[in-house]
Design a protein around this ligand. Structure first.
Ligand SMILES: Cc1cc2nc3c(=O)[nH]c(=O)nc-3n(C[C@H](O)[C@H](O)[C@H](O)COP(=O)(O)OP(=O)(O)OC[C@H]3O[C@@H](n4cnc5c(N)ncnc54)[C@H](O)[C@@H]3O)c2cc1C
Ligand code: SF4
Length: 213
């Protein structure tokens, strides 16, 4: 069982396996892969928020499996609901029509290991209420995003939302959240958010400079 970030590294030709999807436990080629969505997100006990990018990241990662193993690669996505934001709905539909990708609407209840070292996912498919016990070569957890500002000692009291992301609140003065410090965002939105934060900072500097002139 690995995280989506580790899977991204495995699939990378500049990564530790030269782009081969090898199971870390025994080095076996992993061709039948389970992606488990909302691993820790949308959960009162862990991260309450939807991390917004992990559905898209897993949909993208099914492509890696098909590209590496066009003949016998297989992906199974276990999900509560798929959140493909904005224009990415088309991409979701494209992946849905790929016969090498299956979607199981279910929260996996338990993962065990069989005698071949495979990870066996247990649960109930809520579309039809069928129990499953399905072996996979590898399980990838679509882990969520948590703001790292939690551990940083920022002077003063910073207004953050219930998940710890910095709010755009006048009480924060000249401290602005940028990128994933302000929300769980994809690269495009992180760049937009960081640009907006930088522009606001420039406005503050100009305002102070004018006042002092
Ligand atoms: C598996 C996966 C696949 C993804 N695929 C895509 C994709 O295909 N397309 C897409 O648009 N988005 C994708 N994303 C989302 C994308 O990674 C983020 O949107 C993006 O990285 C956000 O950029 P950021 O600069 O806000 O945060 P980050 O990239 O997390 O950068 C924050 C940086 O701050 C550093 N840092 C943290 N704390 C401190 C500290 N205290 N002091 C100093 N430095 C610190 C960190 O080390 C890090 O380098 C994916 C995410 C995941 C997890
Ligand atoms: S983006 Fe998808 S996997 Fe991630 S928390 Fe939201 S619904 Fe769950």
């Amino acid at each position: 069982m690995i995280t989506s970030v580790e899977f991204e590294r495995l699939a990378d030709i500049h990564g530790p396996t030269g782009g081969k999807i090898l199971r870390p436990s025994d080095g076996k080629e992993a061709k039948n892969i389970a992606f488990i969505q909302c691993a820790g997100s949308r959960d009162e006990n862990h991260l309450r928020h939807c991390s917004r990018i992990c559905c898209m990241a897993s949909l993208k990662q099914t492509h890696y499996v098909r590209e590496k193993y066009p003949e016998d690669g297989k992906s199974t996505i276990y999900y509560i609901d798929i959140r493909a934001i904005d224009r990415f709905e088309d991409f979701y539909q494209k992946v849905q029509s790929d016969p090498s990708v299956s979607f199981i609407k279910s929260k996996v209840a338990k993962i065990t290991e069989d005698e071949h070292g495979n990870a066996v996912c247990h649960g109930v498919n809520t579309e039809g209420y069928k129990r499953y016990m399905t072996p996979h070569d590898l399980v990838v957890l679509a882990v969520g995003m948590e703001p790292s500002v939690k551990g940083i000692n920022i002077p003063g009291h910073i207004v953050a939302d219930s998940s710890g992301f910095i709010e755009a609140d006048p009480a924060n003065g000249a401290v602005f959240g940028a990128g994933c410090a302000s929300n769980a965002l994809d690269v495009n939105r992180a760049v937009q958010s960081a640009t907006a934060a930088a522009l606001r900072a420039i406005q503050v500097v100009n305002k102070v400079a004018k006042a002092e002139a």
